[in-house]
Design a protein around this ligand. Structure first.
Ligand code: DGL
Length: 265
């Protein structure tokens, strides 16, 4: 292998999110692809993205990606459903040589597993409004009973490190109780922040069998496929390294480190 190809393989995979949510996807990557180097950028200074206009989300996403490209990345995971919905097409157009993987609500696995009950998709208002999700919904709407649930204000709990407590209960009561039926079968966690709320959601649904499904593993498998297809997988003699970076400063980097050690399953 040429020295140049070797150098490129050693470059980190960039992970981008509006804040700390993408860490739930990074966690899956650290397990499934431990030899890779990673650079994670959370744009907490500008979060939440989900209630901003699409042009603004696109511009913020490009700014974040440029910052990572300046430091050097070999591939990019947009570990944010909202930024993916708003910008993945434009990002792929702008950087045709770079493998770009975006995450989207894991509706397909929920429909495949469905036994005819209700599937609730929790995501930001922006993700649910975008054409990308509307197409997905349209595609599956005659095969399953799907209820989209815009969750304005929910990612903020994770950003602030509040993964349990009465305020979160109150949020779930207000937003889930009116929509959820006795036939609830699964919840698609369509925002990368939400897997950190899984333990609390499980408690909230205590005694009921509800699957909580997210797209982290599918996204990482897609990353592996794309890197392998380009001969860019790193088979390290030493384990990969991880750099955490956040636009809101070192406090959020510390919080990121803590979140990485929290359960998401
Ligand atoms: N993690 C983002 C997502 O997956 C959070 C959304 C936001 O910034 O509002 O959609």
């Amino acid at each position: 292998m040429s020295e140049e190809a070797e150098e490129r393989r050693n470059l980190p995979v960039g992970f981008f999110d509006s804040g700390l949510g993408g860490l739930s996807v990074l966690k899956a990557a650290l397990q499934l692809l431990p030899d890779e180097n990673y650079l994670y950028l959370g744009d907490s200074a500008n979060a939440p993205y989900g209630s901003r206009p699409v042009e603004e989300i696109r511009a913020l996403t490009f700014t974040g990606i440029e910052k990572m490209r300046e430091r050097g990345i070999k591939a990019l995971v947009i570990a944010c459903n909202t930024a993916t919905a708003a910008a993945v097409t434009q990002v792929r157009e702008k950087y045709p040589e770079m493998p770009v993987i975006g995450i989207e609500p894991a509706l397909r696995p929920a429909v495949v597993r469905s036994r005819g009950g209700q599937i609730v998709v929790m995501a930001t208002p922006m993700t649910l409004r975008q054409q990308k999700f509307q197409n997905l919904l349209h595609h599956f709407s005659d095969q399953a009973w799907i209820t989209p649930l815009p969750c304005e204000g929910l990612m903020e709990f994770v950003e602030q490190g509040n993964l349990e407590g009465p305020e979160l209960d109150e949020y779930f009561h207000t937003h889930l109780d009116p929509l959820v039926t006795d036939r609830l079968e699964s919840i698609v966690l369509g925002c990368t922040h939400y897997p950190f709320l899984r333990p609390h959601l499980r408690r909230y649904f205590a005694g009921r069998k509800v699957d909580l499904i997210d797209g982290s593993e599918g996204t990482v498998r897609e990353l592996r496929r794309k890197l392998a297809a380009k001969g860019m997988l790193r088979a390290g003699t030493e384990p990969g390294n991880l750099t955490l970076w956040n636009t809101a400063g070192p406090e959020m980097v510390d919080r990121s480190r803590r979140l990485l050690s929290m359960p998401t399953d």
